[in-house]
Design a protein around this ligand. Structure first.
Ligand SMILES: [Zn+2]
Length: 172
């Protein structure tokens, strides 16, 4: 089931999310809905607060090449265990901030731990686009958007555009 994605500014996108305590069938269904919503958008990552669920759950798939097999990842309670000193700059966007892009500097490589769909702990190193994406999604669980990494003027400019976008959308 495809869920509606919240658009910034929205107070639910600024909240600290709660850890997932148990892996119920309802939560697995939620994760499947998130993957479906993410692929439909289309996007390469989605965090539960973006569909209004304030729990620590993200989905990602950074395979972008046509014809390449999809590589969906579902992470409950993801945590950055270590990050490289080297940084990388990517032009980021966000499904909650449509059509706005800006360069963000983040650690180039990160080691992430999480709980998978079967309730098993996982650990993996990420680099390149995957590293940026997983950091962007984990940020969402702490109420941080990619625009929070930008200078205040740029952030305010994007927020004003989004306020206008939401106003026009609600009139349509
Ligand atoms: Zn985002």
């Amino acid at each position: 089931m495809i869920r509606p994605i919240l658009i910034h500014p929205d107070p639910r996108l600024k909240k600290q999310c709660d850890p997932v305590e148990d892996l119920s069938d309802a939560r697995r269904k939620l994760a499947k809905d998130m993957l479906e919503t993410m692929y439909d958008a289309p996007g390469i990552g989605l965090a539960a607060p973006q569909i209004g669920v304030l729990e620590r759950l993200i989905t990602l798939d950074c395979v972008k090449e046509q014809g390449e097999a999809p590589a969906p990842l579902v992470m409950f309670n993801p945590e950055i265990l270590s990050a490289s000193g080297d940084t990388n700059v990517y032009e980021e966007g966000c499904l909650s901030i449509p059509e706005q892009y800006a360069e963000v500097t983040r650690p180039k490589e990160v080691r992430v731990g999480w709980i998978d769909m079967d309730g098993n702990p996982q650990e993996r190193d990420f680099d390149g686009l995957w590293a940026t994406c997983v950091q962007h999604e984990i940020d969402h669980l702490n109420g941080t958007l990619f625009i929070d990494h930008l200078k205040p003027l740029k952030r305010q400019m994007i927020t004003r555009k989004m306020v206008k976008f939401k106003r026009e959308r609600s009139r349509a």
